[in-house]
Write a protein that binds this ligand. Structure first.
Ligand code: FES
Length: 120
């Protein structure tokens, strides 16, 4: 049996503002992370859902980036891009509470590409 129902990795990587790669930090990732943690507490899911910061998940140009690994629904692994802090509630409710993917933000381009080719 899995330890958690969902493990949510929120990229909070910070680069200089003039770095052409960009970074999730400057697109609101710390606030997105905080809101996701607050929602976990609000719904009393602390022992079943783990929300944690991560380093770069290699979709920098499409951040904020979130990777969710789930024991059950909706899928073992889902990658989300183009998220903002305002998406936190919808992401949490759809993925964690309803067990569905938030289709508008699912990243599909990297499935058949190597990690080093994902940026851009
Ligand atoms: S900085 Fe967030 S995916 Fe690279």
């Amino acid at each position: 049996m899995a330890r958690f129902d969902h493990i949510v990795f929120v990229c909070t990587k910070e680069r200089d503002r003039d770095d052409s790669k960009g970074s999730c930090h400057h697109r609101g990732a710390p606030e997105l992370l905080d809101r996701m943690k607050e929602l976990t507490q609000k719904h009393k899911l602390k022992g079943r859902v783990r929300v944690t910061a991560s380093g770069c998940l290699d979709y920098c140009a499409k951040g904020c980036t979130v990777a969710v690994f789930s024991a059950g629904k909706p899928a073992p692994e889902t990658w989300y891009t183009h998220l903002s802090p305002n998406d936190a509630e919808r992401l949490f409710e759809t993925h964690v509470l309803e067990g569905k993917r938030l289709d508008a933000h699912v990243e599909r381009s990297g499935d058949d590409r190597s990690l080093g080719e994902r940026n851009g």
